[in-house]
Write a protein that binds this ligand. Structure first.
Ligand SMILES: Cc1cc2nc3c(=O)[nH]c(=O)nc-3n(C[C@H](O)[C@H](O)[C@H](O)COP(=O)(O)OP(=O)(O)OC[C@H]3O[C@@H](n4cnc5c(N)ncnc54)[C@H](O)[C@@H]3O)c2cc1C
Length: 335
């Protein structure tokens, strides 16, 4: 059956073309081109309709620990029993109605109680745009504070994910506000593709923050983000070093072995013990690498999201690796 007949619009056909005709295209260009193509196509209603209908079967289930809290709890239990740290996220973002925000907060409250009952150490990783940032910064602040306060009572941590660049100021303001109210069980994320991140990090260091360092998963213009992967990687190392030397508690969130090696070498050289930081990776991405780091005695957290609203999360995972699209297309053709 031809891809042309099965796939709506031009997007996946163009990606398929890129993936299957690598002969004259440099791998690095292919990656950048397919990444941009997929992230741009995420807002196309035909692509969204198609992927939402078929995506779970065609590959999304690899990255998502099920659609229900029950599914997710079973995965979290198994990861914890094997020695991994975990966090979880009820998938969803860009919520624009206050009623939906309230439902999200209630759902997260249920998650917290369930984790507590089940003896899971899992922490929450949440997105402000799901907690009402697009309704108003005060709305998302209050939603988050409700969760952070309950998590604090349980001795649990909450991480605020970082989203699109135009949300960074509000996200950092929210983080600072919680810290100024005495909530120390909250952490933040910085993205190495943004030019501004090193300065943001330096401004945060006096707070001795818990900071997760990532490369960045959204489509950003060259006016705010390094277009070349080599620069994103170089800045990743830089942010790690500044964070470690500045006394932050660092989460090295990447599947890039070169960054892991750099972390190991740098922390050894500076006498920073392995239990002072953690590696973080995504559920379903490079599981053998996760096992290897754990076996070497490092703390490894597996970020384990769940929920029916997995579409945007899945598209970002596809964008990160062209082979994931090839995998999806192969599944499609096998049907
Ligand atoms: C725990 C965690 C939390 C995150 N939180 C945020 C956040 O709050 N905000 C944000 O913008 N981004 C976040 N990200 C995503 C991050 O920004 C990157 O998009 C993602 O981690 C891919 O980049 P990489 O660091 O793994 O490096 P890359 O250089 O892209 O990849 C390194 C290696 O891992 C493989 N790999 C990477 N991604 C995948 C994948 N999806 N499937 C299969 N193989 C893959 C690559 O093929 C390559 O071999 C988070 C990532 C992690 C691990």
């Amino acid at each position: 059956m031809s891809v042309r007949r099965l796939v709506p619009g031009t997007f996946l056909r163009r990606v398929w073309h890129l993936v299957s005709h690598t002969g004259s295209i440099e791998v690095v260009d292919l990656q950048a081109a397919s990444r941009a193509l997929i992230l741009r196509a995420t807002d196309d209603p035909r692509v969204a309709g198609f992927v939402r209908r078929h995506g779970l079967r065609l590959g999304a289930s690899r990255f998502v620990a099920g659609e229900t809290l029950d599914d997710c709890v079973a995965v979290l239990r198994s990861l914890q029993d094997r020695g991994f740290l975990t966090n979880t996220t009820l998938l969803g973002e860009r919520v624009t109605e206050e009623a939906a925000v309230r439902r999200t907060v209630e759902a997260y409250q249920e998650v917290l109680e369930r984790l507590q009952r089940q003896g899971l150490w899992t922490y929450l990783s949440v997105k402000l745009s799901q907690l009402g940032l697009d309704v108003g910064e005060e709305v998302s602040y209050r939603s988050l504070r409700t969760l952070v306060a309950r998590a604090a009572e349980q001795g649990r941590f909450v991480r605020i994910d970082m989203e699109e660049s135009w949300r960074v100021d509000a996200t950092l303001r929210t983080y600072r506000r919680l810290r100024s109210e005495g909530y120390d069980n909250v952490g933040v994320v910085l993205q190495s593709y943004l030019y501004r991140s090193e300065e943001d990090l330096r401004q945060l260091l006096p707070l001795r923050p818990h900071v997760r360092i990532v490369k960045g998963a959204y489509l950003e213009p060259p006016s705010v983000a390094f277009p070349r992967k080599a620069d994103v990687d170089r800045n990743y190392r830089r942010l790690l070093e500044v964070a470690f030397l500045g006394g932050a508690t660092v989460a090295v969130a990447t599947h890039d072995e070169r960054m892991h090696a750099h972390t190991v070498e740098f922390t050894r050289r500076h006498g920073i013990p392995p239990d002072a930081f953690q590696f973080q990776m995504l559920y379903g991405v490079r599981p053998r690498l996760q096992e290897n780091l754990l076996a070497r005695g490092y703390r490894v957290l597996v970020a384990t999201p769940y929920g029916p609203d997995w579409y945007r999360y899945f598209m970002r995972r596809l964008a990160e690796r062209p082979a994931n699209v090839a995998f999806l297309l192969r599944n499609l053709l096998r049907r």
